[in-house]
Design a protein around this ligand. Structure first.
Ligand SMILES: [Zn+2]
Ligand SMILES: [Zn+2]
Length: 271
C-alpha cells in the first residue's frame, strides 16, 4: 500500500511507570477513558517509501507491537538509555529470526550505544553471532552524527540532535517537517531557533506534569517551547498521572486552539 505521507503510530504516551501507576487510586489512574491508559512512550514510523522504524524499545514493546499489528521492522532508533525507553530491546528478536536470520540496524548516539553494549552485554557476545540457540536479537549498531543530515536505510533526511534530560541527554530528531523531543529538561535558545527554522508541520514533545520536575518539561515550559517553535501542530507525550487526557486537552485548547493536543496510545498522525 502506498501513502504519500509519512505515518506515525503512537505506541505509548505515558511516563516511565506507565499509567495507571500500579497501586495508585488517583482519578487519572482509575479513569475509564481509554486515552488515560498509557504505555511507555514510543513511536512507530512508516515513511513514504515504506521504511518501518521503531523509536524506542520500551518495557511494553511486545504488547505495543501486538496491539498495533506490527510484524515488520527495518530499523530501530533509541533516544536514550533510560529503562522506560530501552528495556524491551530483547523483543527485537522476532525481527531477526528470518529465515534467513538478519541484523536489525539500531541507530543512536555514541554514548547510548556504549551503554547498551555494556548493559545488554549478552546480546553482543561473540560479536553478536547467535550463541544461545538464536536466543538473542541480532543488532547492527550505528552511531549517528548530530546536527547534520543523516541517512537511515533508504530514508535520507533525518537530522539528529541532543538536548538536556536531567544529568544526561536525549537524542531527538527531525524528519521531513516532523520533530521528536521526548524526555526533555531544557532546550537551548539555539535549539529552539533551529526547530523554529524547520517550519515544522508536527512537533511531538515531552509534557510530563504541571509541577516542576528535575528531568522533564512541565506543561508550562512545554507550552512556552511550542509557542516559540511554532509548529503547525503539536502532540504532547510522556504524561504522568497528574494529567488526565481531558484536562490536558482543555489546557492546550485554551492557549493554542485545536492545533496542540495530548497524544494517546494507538493514535495515528501523518506528516
Ligand atoms: Zn522516559
Ligand atoms: Zn528518560
Amino acid at each position: 500500500m502506498s501513502h504519500t505521507k509519512n505515518k506515525i503510530t503512537v505506541l505509548g504516551s505515558g511516563t516511565s511507570t506507565g499509567i495507571p501507576l500500579i497501586g495508585c487510586q488517583c482519578k487519572v489512574c482509575l479513569s475509564i477513558d481509554h486515552r488515560d491508559k498509557r504505555l511507555r512512550s514510543s513511536l512507530f514510523l512508516e515513511t513514504r517509501n515504506h521504511t518501518k522504524i521503531i523509536v524506542d524499545t520500551t518495557p511494553d514493546f511486545r504488547t505495543q507491537l501486538l496491539a498495533n499489528n506490527i510484524h515488520n521492522l527495518d530499523a530501530a532508533i533509541i533516544t536514550h538509555e533510560h529503562a522506560d525507553h530501552l528495556h524491551g530491546i530483547d523483543d527485537l528478536r522476532p525481527f531477526s529470526f528470518g529465515p534467513p536470520p538478519r541484523d536489525i540496524p539500531l541507530f543512536t548516539q555514541e554514548k547510548t550505544r556504549k551503554i547498551i553494549e555494556q548493559r545488554f552485554s549478552y546480546i553482543f557476545q561473540n560479536g553478536g553471532a547467535p550463541n544461545l540457540g538464536g536466543g538473542v536479537p541480532r543488532l547492527k549498531m550505528f552511531d549517528v552524527p548530530l546536527n547534520e543530515l543523516t541517512q537511515i536505510l533508504e530514508v535520507s533526511d533525518f537530522t539528529f540532535f541532543s538536548y538536556k534530560h536531567g544529568h544526561g541527554e536525549t537524542m531527538g530528531f527531525h524528519h521531513e517537517g516532523f520533530a521528536y523531543v521526548v524526555d526533555c529538561m531544557e532546550l537551548s535558545e539555539a535549539q529552539i531557533a533551529t526547530l523554529k527554522n524547520f517550519n515544522l508541520d508536527l512537533l511531538i514533545i515531552d509534557c510530563l506534569q504541571r509541577h516542576s520536575h528535575s528531568t522533564h518539561l512541565t506543561v508550562e515550559r512545554c507550552f512556552d517551547y511550542i509557542e516559540k517553535i511554532n509548529p503547525k501542530q503539536a502532540g504532547l507525550i510522556h504524561m504522568g498521572h497528574d494529567l488526565s487526557h481531558r484536562h490536558l486537552e482543555s489546557l492546550a485548547r485554551e492557549r493554542f486552539g485545536n492545533r496542540v493536543f495530548p497524544l494517546y496510545d494507538g493514535q495515528n498522525l501523518f506528516y
